[in-house]
Ligand binder design. Structure first.
Ligand code: ADP
Ligand code: ZN
Length: 223
């Protein structure tokens, strides 16, 4: 038995299925699921100062400035004690600066594995066009896989809507930023020797199995 869960990062472009996989992995390992996009959307929904500021970037598909994002992540990791117990980071880091800062924050609890969840752009564009999300608990749906009753969430009864930033322009901008800012992270983590690739095009359950295998392979030597 391992005495802690894995510390892992999920990289993948918009619509790669990162959110769904990250929450399943976090549940599977009993660790914190930290999704910066979800945090910002929840803050925006509540109208906190952080939320209002983040929304202005999110609406146009721009990245929230590094200092803000890093501050939020640092606070969440400290509050939850997850650096010690394990976590799944989803949507962070997204720039090399964020990756550097994450190493500083984690200090002597380094990442175990960074999974690059790879899906071709043509496929993610289709997925994003039909994507819908619960405004309250952020559970993802799709027009091809809607909630059971109307557009209310199966889990919490919240409204299921299209995200404000899932317009075609904002999505194209996010994909462009992903190539520019986030793709370099793959090289960054490859150099650290902790990068794993998982093909994200198949069935969600198969993708999940592949991810678990990647995690097990890289944490197997720990007692
Ligand atoms: P997507 O992966 O589709 O962009 P997310 O929910 O991960 O969706 O993020 C939504 C928005 O939140 C981003 O477009 C960006 O404005 C902001 N955001 C989330 N995570 C970060 C981050 N690590 N750095 C900067 N901005 C972020
Ligand atoms: Zn819900």
């Amino acid at each position: 038995m391992k005495n802690r869960g894995p510390r892992l990062v999920l990289l993948g472009k918009q619509g790669a299925g990162k959110g769904t996989q990250a929450s399943q992995l976090a549940e599977h390992y009993g660790v914190l699921h930290l999704a910066t996009g979800d945090l910002f959307r929840a803050a925006a929904h509540e109208g906190t100062p952080l939320g209002v500021e983040a929304q202005s970037y999110m609406d146009v598909g721009e990245l929230v400035p590094d200092e803000i994002v890093i501050g939020v992540v640092e606070e969440e990791l400290a509050r939850s004690g997850a650096a010690r117990t394990g976590f799944v980071l989803d949507g962070f880091p997204r720039t090399v600066r964020q990756a550097d800062e994450l190493e500083r924050v984690l200090d002597d609890h380094p990442l175990d594995v960074v999974i690059d969840l790879d899906v071709p752009t043509e496929i993610v564009l289709h997925r994003i066009a039909g994507r819908r999300v619960c405004i309250q608990c952020q559970t993802p749906y799709h027009v091809d896989a809607p909630p059971k009753e109307g557009w209310t969430c199966d889990l919490c009864g919240g409204d299921v809507i299209q995200r404000d930033d899932d317009t075609e322009d904002a999505v194209m901008r996010r994909l462009e930023l992903w190539e520019l800012q986030t793709l370099p992270l793959i090289q960054f983590y490859r150099r650290r020797g902790i990068l794993a690739h998982v093909d994200g095009t198949g069935d969600a359950d198969d993708v999940f199995e592949s991810m678990v295998v990647s995690v097990e392979l890289r944490t197997a030597d720990e007692a």
